[in-house]
Write a protein that binds this ligand. Structure first.
Ligand SMILES: [Zn+2]
Length: 195
């Protein structure tokens, strides 16, 4: 089971926004159309991950209102445990601008970043992070730990949480339901083949 699988630990309603952090969730701030537009692009990236058989998570890197780079989750295809959507987008953007620092940029990602990605976001000096569904297993923006609220960590990112969270969570849940059904079919097929 992937550590990204939220299906095991989402609230019974399946609505991850039910556990919103007071004062920090998109609902409290009012959903910004601009944020929704870029998050929809990140969701489109997540669909690309799903098409490749990867856990559907997508990211979009924005500078000055323009998309600088995109990325989707692909650790299986790339044989790379670091190939999360955020890292893929950060690497592509840094290559494009010729600078490992992406000051002033915004990162949109459909799932709450893990500790590795939160660290990379901080190293890249991302100015604003907007994320979608909560990840109760590995989320490092409040679910398991909040690396953006540590006073001793020198980070620069403003964090907006749970933008289009239901859409992102539905994509993830659909993926894992489908994957479990496929696994069950394979078990049944293997049993049927036994003499
Ligand atoms: Zn990550």
């Amino acid at each position: 089971m992937s550590p990204l699988d939220p299906a095991q630990s989402l609230p019974p309603s399946g609505d991850p926004s039910a556990q919103a952090n007071p004062g920090n969730d998109a609902g409290a701030q009012g959903l910004d159309e601009r944020d929704r537009r870029f998050m929809q692009m990140a969701l489109d990236q997540a669909v690309l991950a799903q098409s490749a058989g990867e856990v559907p998570v997508g990211a979009v890197l924005v500078r000055g209102g323009e998309v600088l780079a995109t990325g989707y989750n692909q650790p299986i295809g790339r044989h790379d445990p670091t190939a999360h959507a955020e890292i893929v987008a950060l690497r592509a953007a840094a290559l494009q601008v010729g600078n490992y620092r992406l000051s002033g940029c915004e990162l949109y990602v459909t799932l709450e970043p893990c500790a590795m990605c939160a660290g990379a976001i901080q190293h890249a000096r991302i100015a604003r992070l907007v994320w979608g569904a909560k990840d109760p297993k590995t989320g490092a923006c409040g679910s398991v730990v909040d690396l953006f609220s540590q006073p001793l960590l020198n980070h620069h990112a403003q964090v907006v949480s749970q933008v289009m969270a239901p859409e992102s969570a539905a994509l993830l849940q659909g993926f894992f339901v489908q994957r479990r059904a496929l696994a069950r079919q394979q078990v049944l097929a293997a049993r049927a083949e036994r003499p």
